[in-house]
Design a protein around this ligand. Sequence first.
Ligand SMILES: NC(=O)c1ccc[n+]([C@@H]2O[C@H](COP(=O)([O-])OP(=O)(O)OC[C@H]3O[C@@H](n4cnc5c(N)ncnc54)[C@H](O)[C@@H]3O)[C@@H](O)[C@H]2O)c1
Length: 420
Amino acid sequence: MSAEKLVVIGQGYVGLPLAMRAVEAGMDVVGLDVNADRVKRLASGESFVEDIPADRLGRALGSGRYRPSTEYADAEGFDICVITVPTPLRDGVPDLSYVEQAGGGIGPYLRPGCAVILESTTYPGTTEELLRPLLESASGLTAPGDFHLGYSPERIDPGNPVWKLENTPKVVSGVDAASRERVDAFYRRLVERTVPVDSTRVAELTKLIENTFRQVNIALINELTMLSHHLDIDVWQAIEAAETKPFGFMPFRPGPGVGGHCLPIDPCYLSWQVKRRLGRQFRFIELANDVNHEMPEHVVRRIMNGLNRAGRAVSGARLLLLGLAYKPNTGDMRDSPAVDVARRLQDLGAEVRAVEPYAEPHHLPGGVVVVGLTERELREADAVVVVTDHDCLDYDLVVRHARYVFDTRNRCHGPTVERL
Ligand SMILES: NC(=O)c1ccc[n+]([C@@H]2O[C@H](COP(=O)([O-])OP(=O)(O)OC[C@H]3O[C@@H](n4cnc5c(N)ncnc54)[C@H](O)[C@@H]3O)[C@@H](O)[C@H]2O)c1
């Protein structure tokens, strides 16, 4: 029997790990992506996703069962197709154009018995109301009946050393029982545990609950942090103490804002759908967005005050930002609050330099000089700001040589350090 043919549309943070895992499980995989440069790099063994080291990609290519491609025609004869394309916001509104393009692209290659699974994060109803009619009209087939259709949210956490695709439970769903069984059987080959739910809407909402929960709780702790500063209470210590409660509490840490493709965006998919369907506001989400958006400005104000105490104006000051990616140990710059912090400081006339070992240079904010973490850079900076705490940076060196450290992540301690 020949191996099942899988097509993964989108070879980014979500699609590439899925493609690799499927090759390792014995499937024939076509990794489709419209980004020709990305496909070329993948074909030459260059991985840009930190969790997929080049040797793992090399093994997949060497097996002859992984083929990156820009051509939808290479999907011909597929058994299963998983869509992992971006779902951003455009002017605050869900932009499903990538899902539409992927559905339109794969539609002509559907055949009876195949399965299509959407993994992109989106509002409840997308699979059945948007993707299904697209696939049906492009293929002349119907679901359920001719082909299987389902939704399975991705929970990948780039840079997480413990929770990977294979050991993170995967929620699965289908537009009918047969679709769900097919989707479930596919993921059971790839992950340790699947969690079937009754409908695609439940699966779509599951992902939004998870990310809204994080967005709201981070906002709660961010607001508490701003207030604790004025109350002169060490919020970090209070969180650590609260964390000792063995039940009913889950710690969240403050920071300079939220970034990435998930937290600033996914909850807005939910609030948009609530507004559209019910004409109501999702108040928690709106409030959390407001608070999180306030953080870069708060950070800049605190840095200004710190410089002021040393008799230094921010205009003309030399500032060294440590970590610009939106989360530690990755180079993911999407919606990073560090960009906002850097721009605000530049607008105030500061010279902004940065240490960012992971992000690709063309993703960094313009005018920011990227430097290495050296004694000299630390000494010559009027302020060193820990924005994103990559583990590879030497924080002892920072504390030893910096005149003034503003630390948004609780990594540095000492008399020259001020924490968020
Ligand atoms: N990155 C994460 O941590 C994460 C976690 C869970 C869920 N998600 C969700 O998964 C989805 C994908 O996110 P990502 O981080 O992998 O994005 P990404 O930008 O890293 O990758 C998406 C890829 O899709 C490609 N693409 C766009 N349109 C295409 C098309 N029509 N045909 C083929 N390829 C196309 C892009 O060129 C890109 O390479 C989003 O909905 C996101 O919200 C992301």
